[in-house]
Design a protein around this ligand. Structure first.
Ligand SMILES: [Zn+2]
Length: 182
């Protein structure tokens, strides 16, 4: 099982038939038509995608939300949004590299990584929600060490430090909102 985005190739046409939410691109590949989890039935040779649940469509442009980054795929980070104001929500958000910082971004991993918790602003009214963390008080509010997995603390120099292994990492920190301060 793997997480897929719309347009992502699942397999070549010889390997399986297109099932639910899967289309042939006419060039030999089967591609997902939704955000979801790819499922390959090897016995029946059918590739399908289970769409992620999008039940509460209460989000709208301008709201600040909290979410958890679970993948960074080329120049887009995918976020599971779990909170808006003080209410629980369940929605998928995408952050394009151009919405990560007002600086020129050469490596998105210097700003956001899988496992980070972020505060972001919603840019549109329908799922998948497009998010921005450009504003100073938006960005990463909690992160884990990429080396040992322990929590990272915000140093007064603005970088994140691991108290366990000493590693130093960079992120787009949500100014005044990072949870653990060294
Ligand atoms: Zn560490």
């Amino acid at each position: 099982m793997s997480f897929v985005l719309p347009g992502e190739a699942l397999c070549v046409e010889e390997e399986a038939l297109p099932g639910e939410y899967v289309v042939s691109d006419g060039k030999g590949y089967l591609r997902s038509s939704v955000i979801g989890v790819a499922v390959l039935n090897k016995y029946r040779k059918i590739a399908s995608v289970k769409p992620l649940v999008r039940k509460e469509l209460t989000l709208r442009q301008g709201l600040v939300v909290e979410g958890w980054v679970y993948s960074v795929y080329e120049d887009v980070a995918t976020v599971r949004i779990y909170r808006s104001n003080n209410s629980r929500v369940s929605a998928i958000g995408l952050i394009h590299v151009s919405q990560v910082s007002s600086e020129y971004v050469t490596d998105i991993y210097d700003y956001i990584r899988p496992g980070d918790t972020i505060k972001a602003r919603v840019l549109n009214n329908t799922p998948p929600y497009l998010l921005t963390i450009k504003e100073p008080h938006l960005g990463v509010i909690h992160a884990y060490c990429s080396s040992c997995g322990e929590e990272l603390y915000l140093a007064n120099t603005g970088v994140l430090v691991c108290k366990n292994c000493g590693r130093v990492e960079k992120r787009k920190i949500a100014s005044g909102n990072y949870i653990l301060v060294a």
